[in-house]
Design a protein. Structure first.
Length: 393
């Protein structure tokens, strides 16, 4: 992760450098390490989705499609919102298919914010948030989620609001902490949004990976539907992250603005994958039930193994990430620890200070991804057992 000034890079992006994922993946490859760093599965989604995509290719779904998304996918997204959350969404006027959730975020920021507008979000954060805000000319205002339960101070959140504040960016279930925001927290955020006339950008890509509590879309709360931009992605739920099928759901007015930006960023996305993901979103309830069963087993296997090795572990309520405390092992610097790990024991992880501005709040933690098969998780745990010989005080 380079902090060196780049001579041709705009001032807006100076300091972002290479992502931590690139650095840690390179270390994993160099040392043939088990990679529990970047969050993508080492397995594919259902074969029926692959066959649907193949049939779409053979059926000539290979040219530009509608900028807003193929009709069958927009309809399936709207049906999904109704089925799971009782949200009525117009598939033509209020749904936009994007190149993953990352492009949905970028288009939203480009469309809705003027230079100097302030956006409040929580740290640790998904790493593209700051870049999206910077490229839109916005100003970030951070509120820290504090370990071990990753709660936030309600007064701190309200103090962050000022006349320049335009929106609150919310990620639940939350990457990288695994936190699922509670109903009371969401009601507090919604009350602030209504009182101060703020938009809420709700990143909900892990909506179907909730082990404790419930996923409550903030758009379902009173007065929030028309001031919320809901962003999600099919990649995490259906283990097809490379297909990059994301979407936004928002009011007609907000959607019109987002589409104006979207059409000049990617215009449209992955025509043959869209009919396949339309089928995915309409899949039977048993799929979603089994998804949780399998991911809960992976979560529990990794958390138990990390605890046995000596990490401090609080099992995540959602997502497929766990933040483990390295202090019981005698370490206190996440970047140093993660740069050492692939060579020392053959496992790669992510230092979460990459997702903090307030580095001191996260330097004792390390992020592991458990979106892997059980044999991979077991091998990682076995290798991490070698940390005992590296313990420091």
């Amino acid at each position: 992760m380079s902090g060196l000034r780049q001579p041709y890079l705009t001032s807006r992006l100076q300091g972002f450098g290479t992502t931590i994922f690139t650095e840690m993946t390179a270390l994993a490859e160099r040392h043939d390490a088990v990679n529990l760093g970047q969050g993508f599965p080492n397995f594919d989604g259902p074969d029926i989705l692959k066959e649907a995509a193949i049939q779409a290719i053979r059926g000539h779904h290979n040219q530009y499609c509608r900028m807003i998304g193929k009709p069958e996918l927009n309809t399936a997204i709207a049906a999904h919102q109704k089925r799971f959350y009782d949200l009525d969404v117009d598939p033509t006027l209020e749904v936009t298919v994007t190149n993953g959730a990352t492009e949905a975020l970028f288009a939203t920021f480009q469309a809705l914010f003027e230079v100097g507008d302030e956006i409040i979000f929580f740290e640790p954060f998904y790493d593209s948030y700051r870049a999206c805000i910077a490229m839109a000319g916005g100003v970030e205002r951070l509120v820290t989620l504090r370990s071990p339960d990753f709660s936030y101070d309600p007064d701190e959140l309200e103090r962050a609001i000022n006349p320049k504040t335009r929106a609150i960016l919310l990620n639940t279930p939350h990457n990288p902490t695994g936190k699922v925001f509670s109903r009371s927290e969401l009601e507090h955020i919604a009350e602030l949004a209504r009182r101060y006339d703020l938009l809420v950008i709700a990143d909900e890509v892990y909506e179907h990976l909730v082990f404790e509590g419930e996923h409550l879309p903030i758009a379902t709360l009173p007065g929030m539907r028309d001031r919320t931009i809901t962003i999600s992605s099919t990649g995490k739920t259906f283990s097809m992250t490379g297909w990059k099928i994301g979407y936004t759901c928002a009011s007609e007015a907000l959607t019109a603005a987002i589409r104006t930006a979207h059409q000049f960023i990617t215009f449209c996305n992955s025509a043959p994958f869209q009919p396949a993901m339309a089928e995915a979103l309409m899949i039977e309830d048993e799929f979603f039930d089994q998804l949780l069963v399998e991911y809960r087993e992976r979560r529990d296997r990794l958390c138990a193994g990390l605890a046995d090795v000596g990490f401090g572990v609080r099992p995540p309520a959602g997502t497929y990430f766990v933040l483990a405390d390295i202090r019981p092992l005698g370490f206190d610097d996440d970047v140093e620890f993660c740069r050492m790990l692939p060579a020392a024991v053959g496992v790669a992880a992510i230092p979460p200070t990459a997702f903090y501005v307030n580095k001191s709040a996260g330097r004792h933690l390390v992020r592991f991804a458990f979106c892997k098969t059980l044999d991979i998780l077991d091998e990682a745990i076995r290798r991490l057992g070698g940390l005992a010989s590296l313990e420091r005080t």
